[in-house]
Design a protein around this ligand. Sequence first.
Ligand code: FES
Ligand code: FES
Length: 187
Amino acid sequence: MAVSTSSVITLNINGEKHTLPVDHRTTLLDALRERLDMTGTKKGCDQGQCGACTVLLDGRRAVSCLQLAVAAENREITTIEGVAEGDRLHPVQQAFLDLDGYQCGYCTPGQICSAIGVIEEHAAGWPSAVTGDVRPEAGPPELTAEEIRERMSGNLCRCGAYVAIVDAVARAAGTAAGPAGTEEAAA
Ligand code: FES
Ligand code: FES
């Protein structure tokens, strides 16, 4: 008996359900872009290296090129098309606009989704690789420029807009990360 290599799945994207047949090998990124015409999520390397395809899965950032669409059923998927509230931009989107956190814009949807995740991870008290004191009693680290660069290091920007990206994340987080741009480093 032949084994089926496709299934009909339902994806919950930005609060809406989408039912579609997919080959089991289809990545979430390709399902979004090629099957559902949601092209806000970008394909860069297609192998988990650049972060251009970052979305939020149950509120946590994930590179959609390394997720199978069939494994994303029953997850809350948020893409760049779903972060604004109607005409009101998400604070991270607004900060990127106000501070020119981009040049060509290709990496920007992934940067913004990742930044939303960073701000929530920091608010939850998660340390990063550059956090000096990781003892629970030390409390959450200050979201400095160094912390932002480290936490955003999975998102590459070929245009090198890192200085403004760090400033935008800092503004959106409501912190005084200070003059973030003395070094090129978000990646
Ligand atoms: S396209 Fe997914 S990480 Fe580069
Ligand atoms: S703005 Fe062009 S790749 Fe980042």
